[in-house]
Design a protein around this ligand. Structure first.
Ligand code: ADP
Length: 540
């Protein structure tokens, strides 16, 4: 129509082009795979990403080709986000923690054409080479002098060598914003991992939503360090958001222990970061041993698994850090909900605030959520009824790569998340369980997550997993499985006593067992299916 507003496409390359033009000197700090700290800025990175784009085109990369990465969170990986997607190819970030057979499956399923890899992962890929069908070239993310020798993979290319042959004189091409840009696989606790294909449009509008004040509230004045790895839902899309707002970016590399994280926060004056609860537990341990603080840090996202109440208390009271509890999935780009107070919560006591803050939050603009019962009837938002959680919106997946009919996609764009949740009158959603982890006792549901979150609040407990175990009268009863802190001495009775006034009596675990470690998925979650298998013959 004549005079209609511009339809200039929303492309991932435009994020970097904007940052280079208007925040050109703003720093990007990266710990590379040899643990060297590299300092760059948006202007340089835009040029290097353009050189990469030129090199990729020469290698034969075409629009729609899938190009894989197997790398930590570092500068070259960041350049790949833009260099690959910027020419219309698809950046497939592989999670190296998947089982070898899953890695083979996803590399072949995605038809990856080239693989860009950190030195650390060469031994891993060497073992899989004879089962991988498509990869034509493997490029190692290092300088020529650091190139490893491999007797198995011939003709490895050095990344720096590859891009040094180019001049960076390149205009990012314009194309349809609905073009596929990037690919992540879910970790596939049952069956094979499933590919989620993001588009330029979905990535850019998700970044707008993520930066907004009632979401992550990010600006050019922040120093942002995503700790969630760049191979886990694109570091929760934080590299894109940071580039959009032109903030200083810190990419922490492979060492995510408490000391490394605290050092980076202090040295780079990080104001915002994001990670799963396990990372925060390691950080707390280091802070307690060293007496160090988190002075520059204003807020942090906790997501991927539920944030226990004690963690929130500690962040606020001891370290003065605001906690944003977020819920999302690989399938949701990943932001679904995020927890920010409403005006009506001002003036509440700290304890009342925490009652709300421990929930997984409200939908940001763009997504809708609902809960349904087993007959797919929508349940009321009363904070009590819980049911299957559904989500829809312009950055929620509409299906899976190479899967004709998805069982979890319903009518009218709704996607069934596999989580069980409540939604209260104000729209705050709270996850009670994964559908397949739900414990059903005498016909009533018990939230394993809630029991776990209280249990980890005990000073002797490092990690806790709750599963349902067969019970002759009640069908299932909860069993609490605990990993103690090093040298901690605590009995079953003390744990049960600690839980007594925190959870209702019929939710109390029937037994507590202590183990050396719990099984985890490739994204760091407790693997409940494996735990159930391990304790399938357990008798109360
Ligand atoms: P995976 O590949 O392990 O499934 P995802 O990041 O996609 O990786 O996992 C998404 C799932 O993680 C959600 O469906 C939910 O069960 C869980 N999850 C994410 N954030 C939270 C949270 N804040 N609280 C509880 N569970 C969460």
């Amino acid at each position: 129509m004549h005079g209609l507003i511009s339809d200039r496409p929303l492309l991932i390359s435009s994020l970097l082009e904007h940052a280079a033009r208007y925040h050109g000197n703003t720093e990007i700090i990266s710990v590379d795979s040899q643990d060297k700290t590299i300092r760059s800025n948006y202007e340089n990175v835009n040029i290097r990403s353009k050189k990469l784009a030129q090199a990729l085109i020469k290698l034969g990369a075409k629009k729609g080709d899938t190009i894989a990465t197997m790398a930590w969170s570092n500068l070259r990986h960041y350049e790949l986000y833009f260099g690959v997607s910027g020419i219309g190819s698809i950046c497939h970030t592989i999670n190296p923690r998947l089982f070898p057979e899953q890695l083979v499956f996803i590399i072949n399923d995605a038809k990856d054409k080239f693989l860009f890899i950190d030195i650390d992962f060469i031994p891993l890929i060497e073992k899989l080479m004879d089962k991988i069908t498509k990869i034509e070239k493997i490029i190692v993310l290092c300088d020529k002098i650091d190139m490893p020798n491999s007797s198995i993979i011939k003709n490895l290319i050095s990344y720096e060598d590859l891009i040094n042959g180019e001049n960076g004189d390149f205009d990012w091409p314009l194309f349809d914003e609905k073009t596929a840009s990037s690919l992540c696989y879910t970790s596939g606790t049952t069956g094979n991992p499933k590919g989620v294909l993001y588009a330029h449009r979905s990535t850019v509008i998700h970044a707008f939503a993520a930066a907004a004040p009632d979401a992550m509230n990010l600006s050019a004045r922040d120093v942002i360090m995503p700790i969630a790895p760049m191979f886990h839902a694109n570091a929760w899309a934080i590299p894109y958001v940071t580039t959009m707002v032109g903030a200083k970016l810190v990419l922490p590399g492979r060492n995510l222990d408490g000391e490394s994280v605290q050092n980076l926060i202090e040295n780079e004056q990080v104001t915002f970061t994001a990670a799963v609860p396990t990372i925060w537990l390691m950080l707390f341990e280091y802070l307690e041993q060293s007496g160090k603080k988190l002075d520059s840090l204003k807020s942090c996202v906790v997501g991927g698994s539920a944030c226990p109440r004690f963690m929130m208390e500690k962040f606020y009271e001891k370290y003065g850090v605001e906690v944003l509890h977020c819920w999302g999935m690989t399938e949701t780009s990943p932001i679904g909900t995020i927890n920010r107070p409403l005006a009506k919560h001002y003036g509440q006591s700290f304890s009342e605030r925490l009652d709300v803050a421990v929930k997984q939050g409200r939908p940001v603009y763009g997504v809708e959520i609902k809960i349904t019962d087993e007959n797919d009837i929508t349940l009321p938002n009363n904070g009590k009824d819980f049911g299957n959680l559904w989500i829809r919106g312009p950055w929620i997946c509409s299906g899976y790569l190479n899967i004709e009919k998805s069982e979890t996609h319903g009518e009218d764009d709704w996607f069934m998340t596999g989580d069980v949740a409540t939604i209260d009158e104000d729209g705050f959603m709270q996850i009670t369980d994964r559908t397949k982890d739900v414990i059903k006792s005498g016909g009533e549901w018990i939230s394993s997550i809630e029991i776990e979150n209280f249990a980890v609040g005990h000073p002797s407990v490092m990690e806790a997993g709750v599963i349902g175990v067969f019970h002759p009268k009640w069908d299932e009863r909860p069993l609490l499985i605990i990993v103690k802190n090093e040298n901690a001495k605590v009995s079953k009775e003390e744990i049960l006593d600690f839980l007594k006034d925190k959870i209702v009596s019929w939710w109390m675990p029937d037994d507590v067992v202590f183990v050396e470690s719990l099984p985890h998925t490739a994204t760091g979650k407790i693997q409940k299916l494996a735990l159930r298998e391990q304790f399938k013959d357990y008798k109360f």
